[in-house]
Design a protein around this ligand. Structure first.
Ligand code: KIV
Ligand code: ZN
Length: 525
């Protein structure tokens, strides 16, 4: 247990479990950007990644450990010496480093995945925690697939981990199988079997396969857990992890009944959600609790009438509490560079030098076409520009001839990582298809489109268009996003970014024996 028994620690795993969602490939700078925003959001622990998974993962965790101040920075490690060492190397520069190590305790995992015995698991847990303890005091241990495991055996392994010095014990519902009542009973039984659990922080980590991740996490809190593992927008393996924003707002909105609180700065929720959605390419469904576009919109006449008379008739939360009021006018067409820099600073972005010049150029282009440039527009623009410096290929220009009488024909110019401009043309089924295939022709990369989505950043006829694409190159998926007033331009930008991400991923996969030759008994979580 930590110092304040009424405080629930928020352990954010957006950059680790969240990043394991198919198609997401964040680079180190993007991860750092998210981690910095998570620190502004006031999460207690950031699980920055799985350092042994690849040099890219390692570098990203190390960068976050070096740069981000405030939250504990955790690195994940399977229960084996190489993983623990690599995790330590990655987090050692953090203000407050943590090693999070895990091994499965369910028979189904022990038999088929570890291909070992319960005794092996006891040994692995003991050795991993002891090794981590040589480096750092803050150690988290997780018995993977605990909710399908024998509770007595899991308890034995937890006792070993605590004896060796684990300070947080995290109980994962790895496959999203449990139910709130069952989970509560399971945790209650662990408390009976391992009284020492009361001396450490009990944590829960729930997946959403049956749509119960938040309900199960809440049941865990009711059973005594004081750390919840969650991810922004609920992203994560398969159906995802418990959604951070839902847990935080549940505890915030019902605080007087539940009597627990978090340290999260709720007004940063909406911005964090938009940043994660934009950088991962994972959309937020319109009716998503807390941060969906419609979460505070009242459609029915009866509801609207009630809201006009008294907001609380149909609203349990105020949109401002989660920072959803950000869409105000901040700059006009005649605003200068100084005003732009100030507005960006207010949004939490320090943009200087060449980056400011580029942002200003894009701002002017947009302000020429749009009557009002809002905070959300600026945010979209800056994250878009930020990505520009990171990627290998750049979308330079396009021409499309489109008509209802002839198939559309597109020609594009793309700058390669070597700085050379290459051109390609294609006649496609639609203008977007023609542009995408012209980009393939220009770069010589055989990418296939898997998903394509267009959203308006704000409302109104002149809204900025934000496009997200997921492509596949050689069986690997990659996502990209683009923002522009013209959706064809936004689509081209998004596609070229997805190409760059895909190429980078494919290259990394070839260079990285750690990912492909992972020992079968130690497969990734
Ligand atoms: O779902 C899971 O079991 C995990 C562990 C590594 C905690 O992600
Ligand atoms: Zn998980």
């Amino acid at each position: 247990m930590h110092d304040d028994p009424s405080r629930v620690l928020i352990f954010d795993t957006t950059l680790r479990d969240g990043e394991q969602s198919p198609g997401i490939s964040l680079n180190a700078t993007e991860k750092l950007e998210i981690a910095q925003q998570l620190a502004r959001l006031g999460v207690d622990i950031i699980e920055a990644g799985f350092p042994i998974a690849s040099p890219g993962d390692f570098e990203a965790v190390r960068l976050i450990a070096q740069e981000v101040r405030g939250p504990v920075i955790a690195g994940l490690a399977r229960a084996n010496p190489a993983d623990v060492e690599r995790a330590w190397e990655a987090v050692r520069d953090a203000e407050r480093p943590r090693i999070h190590t895990f091994v499965s305790t369910s028979d189904i995992h022990i038999e088929h995945q570890l291909q070992g015995t319960r005794d092996d698991v006891r040994g692995l847990a003991r050795a991993a925690v002891a090794q981590a303890k040589e480096h750092v005091d803050d150690i988290e241990f997780s018995p993977m697939d605990a909710t399908r495991a024998d509770v007595e055996f899991t308890a034995e392994v937890l006792q070993i981990a605590i004896d060796e010095g684990a300070t947080t014990i995290n109980i994962p519902d790895t496959v999203g199988y449990t139910t709130p009542d069952e989970f509560k009973r399971f945790l209650g039984r662990l408390y009976e079997l391992v009284p020492a659990l009361r001396d450490v922080v009990l944590s829960v980590h729930c997946h959403d396969d049956l749509g119960l991740a938040v309900a199960n996490s809440f049941a865990g809190i009711q059973a005594g857990a004081r750390q919840v593992e969650c991810a922004v927008n609920g992203i994560g393996e398969r159906a995802g992890n418990a959604a951070l924003e839902e847990i935080v707002m549940l505890l915030h909105t019902r605080q007087s009944d539940i009597g627990l609180h978090t340290a999260a700065v709720t007004t940063e929720i909406a911005r964090t959600s938009r940043l994660v959605s934009r950088l991962t390419g994972y959309p937020v469904q319109p009716n998503k609790a807390i941060i969906g576009r419609n979460a505070f919109v009242h459609e029915s006449g009866i509801h609207q009438d009630g809201i006009l008379k008294e907001r609380t008739t149909y609203e349990i939360m105020d949109a401002r509490t989660v920072g959803l009021e950000a869409n105000q006018l901040v700059l006009g067409k005649h605003s200068g560079r100084h005003a732009l820099r100030q507005a960006l600073e207010e949004l939490g972005y320090q943009v200087e030098g060449q980056a400011l010049n580029t942002a200003f150029k894009r701002f002017k282009e947009i302000a020429d076409k749009k009557k009002q440039v809002t905070a959300m527009d600026l945010e979209a623009l800056v994250t878009d520009e930020l990505r520009e410096e990171l990627v290998g290929y750049t979308f330079e220009w396009f021409d499309v001839e489109a008509s209802t009488r002839r198939p559309p024909h597109a020609t594009v110019g793309v700058r390669t990582p070597d700085g050379e401009e290459v051109q390609g043309s294609f006649t496609g089924d639609g203008p977007v298809d023609a542009i995408f295939r012209a980009i393939n022709a220009a770069t010589g990369i055989d990418a296939r489109l898997r998903e394509f989505r267009v959203d308006a950043v704000t409302g109104g006829e002149d809204a900025l268009g934000e496009t997200s694409v997921v492509i596949e190159i050689d069986g690997q998926s990659a996502a990209g996003q683009g923002v522009a007033t013209d959706i064809l331009e936004a689509a081209g930008r998004a596609y070229v970014r997805a190409l760059s991400n895909g190429v980078r991923r494919a290259r990394a996969a070839q260079e990285l024996p750690a990912v492909t030759s992972r020992p079968p008994e130690l497969t990734a979580p």
